[in-house]
Design a protein around this ligand. Sequence first.
Ligand code: CDP
Length: 231
Amino acid sequence: MKDITVAIDGFSSTGKSTIAKQLAKKLEYVYVDSGAMYRAVTLYAMQHQLISNTFFYKDKLISVLDIISLKFKFNTDLGFAEIYLNDINVEKEIRNIEVSEFVSKVAEISEVRRKLVEQQQQFGTNKRVVMDGRDIGTVVFPNAELKIFMNASAKKRAQRRFEELTKRGDKVTFDEILKNIEYRDYIDSTRKDSPLIKANDAIEIDNSEMTIDEQFEKIYTIVINKINSLK
Ligand code: CDP
């Protein structure tokens, strides 16, 4: 089987990471959650009082980017790689609603993007990678053999994220999740640097009415057909 790169982009909470993890497992590829990297930089900014509801010291954040180390380490129990910020596992913390509130502001900064995109491209030098995010098919891997663009109604997406966070014990309301999703979608798609847009050659999937299994079946078939067509 030919080795390929799979780029999965789309709006917030469209199930990108669910399908990306499943595909990576099945194909024995590496899964990279690019959003986790933006979230980890945001967490760093929060921990160092560089961002809050009332201030954002962008220049200071840019000046410390070199000392922010991001690593992924595979967790065999979970079956995917967890993210480490300066050698501390922050996989759970970065999913908090507080981080979600600031992440799109941090992700607008070109210097942040440049650093993270460079690292993301290194993960893909040998192909055999499934990466999800906002600009994977457009900026990180514009030559990816397969690009998927995920979408679903905002309400469905908010419902899914609400269930995910309440299940793990976070105290959140449906309304604040919905508001956060709509807010991030807006910033992510209108920012100047690498906005979220569907690549011309991406296949769009709306999974509003699909179960996780149905979605996997559909996308896995697309992947296999693509690999076979490249033989
Ligand atoms: O899981 P969810 O779809 O809600 O978000 P995520 O993938 O964890 O990404 C969090 C945020 O990081 C997004 O809302 C974007 O602002 C930013 N991001 C980005 O700008 N570029 C990427 N390749 C991935 C994420």
